[in-house]
Ligand binder design. Structure first.
Ligand SMILES: Cc1ncc(COP(=O)(O)O)c(C=O)c1O
Length: 388
């Protein structure tokens, strides 16, 4: 068979170095080995019952057709109300767009904003998809480093130093994946001031906003509403990763452009999932009860895993948000890919090497898993360290 040539865009996509670890974990599982998964970025909780019931109702009522490209009006109104209630952001429903997951919202926004060679400043360690998405639409990612020793705090002076005449966007993710860092108001204010001074767009991914422990979540859009696109979604907060509901809100012309992109690609997010998300956002008490229960569980797990890893000699800062920790695995091996491989093969715990996050010497562990499994994982990693 002749080889079919692929586009230069696709050929430029960086294959994920985590694939090797993930495929090895699957292989081990298939062979009957009980691998503890601490690599996935999703809540271990089931979607709350009231949300599932709303989806079942939507199905039985035949709400199964195309929806408007930007989402059903009821949901956009509920999202605008959520932004007002929880974030102090004011949007008309037309300034909101519903997407197939937060990922699509970020992609559409970058597609709408970037021309070839435009630069996007991204604090590192970052979520793996950001630089790839930026490159995919012709832009150029520019990393601004943060350090584990400082709890991955963002230094606005480092952001300022990274600005060039080609900078177009500053991409913020607080609480952050993989670091769990939550940016304080004064840092966000300084970054917003920079954006204003240099006429830049702020793209803020707030997917983990409800998972904040001892810090305050501040939406940077409150500090520079005229230039901020705020991304959020149902995946992490309401344990709805598989439903694929994300959303964005911001200046009307950008949202209109994002709608135009969506109209020629995916058309609309799943109708049934939109009705489910509407329930999540409007049955405020039931949803808040779920979120606060999940948050309490995550906090206990975070404390357990941070103290456990540090006690084993793997330096791990205490994150303020999200459900990930970054552990220094250099005592296992200087190369985080090799460390992750040993943790998988010898301790039977699946973790993600920091390679793709721009976090050398570290691995990411997700604590969206039960306390007994966290304890067992710590025991196994302890065994690996002792056996070295
Ligand atoms: C920082 C961040 N943004 C966006 C997403 C994507 O969310 P969704 O599943 O809604 O596309 C993720 C998922 O892992 C994430 O970690």
């Amino acid at each position: 068979m002749s080889r079919i040539p692929l586009s230069s865009k696709v050929r430029a996509l960086k294959p994920s170095s985590t694939v090797a670890v993930t495929s090895r974990a699957l292989e081990l599982r298939r062979a009957g080995v009980d691998v503890i998964s601490m690599s996935v970025g999703e809540p271990d909780f089931d979607t709350p019952a009231h949300i599932k019931a709303a989806a079942a109702r939507a199905l039985s009522e035949g709400k199964t057709k195309y929806t408007p490209v930007n989402g059903i009006g009821e949901l956009r109104e509920a999202i605008a109300a959520k932004f007002e209630r929880e974030n102090g952001l004011t949007f008309t429903p037309d300034a909101v767009t519903v997407t197939s997951g937060g990922k699509q919202a970020i992609f559409n926004a970058l597609f709408a904003l970037l021309d070839a060679g435009d630069q996007v400043i991204i604090p590192a360690p970052y979520w793996v998809s950001y630089p790839e998405m930026v490159r995919f639409v012709g832009g150029e990612p520019v990393e601004v480093h943060t350090r584990a020793e400082d709890g991955f705090a963002l230094d606005p002076d480092a952001v300022a130093a990274a600005i060039t005449p080609r900078t177009r966007v500053i991409l913020l993710n607080s609480p952050g994946n993989p670091t769990g860092a939550v940016y304080p108001r004064e840092v966000l204010q300084a970054v917003a001031d920079l954006a204003r001074a240099h006429d830049l767009v702020l793209l803020t991914d707030e997917m983990y906003e409800h998972l904040v422990y001892d810090a305050e979540h501040v939406s940077v859009g409150t500090l520079a509403p005229e230039r901020t696109i705020t991304i959020n979604g149902a995946s992490k907060a309401y344990a709805m990763t598989g439903w694929r509901i994300g959303y964005a809100a911001g200046p009307a012309d950008v949202i209109r452009a994002m709608n135009a992109i969506q109209s020629q690609s995916t058309s609309n997010a799943s109708s049934v999932a939109q009705w489910a998300a509407l329930e999540a956002l409007t049955n405020v008490d039931a949803t808040a009860a779920f979120v606060s229960g999940a948050l309490a569980a995550y906090r206990e797990r975070r404390d357990r895993i941070v103290s456990g890893l540090n006690a084993l000699g793997l330096r791990t800062p205490t994150p303020d948000g999200a459900f990930y920790v970054m552990a220094d695995t250099t005592p296992i091996h200087a190369d985080e890919l090799e460390a992750a491989r040993r943790i998988l093969d010898d301790a039977r715990v699946a973790v993600v090497p920091g390679t793709d996050f721009a976090a050398p010497g570290m691995v990411r562990l997700s604590y969206a898993t039960s306390l007994p499994l966290i304890d067992e994982a710590l025991k196994r990693i302890g065994g690996l360290l002792q056996g070295q």
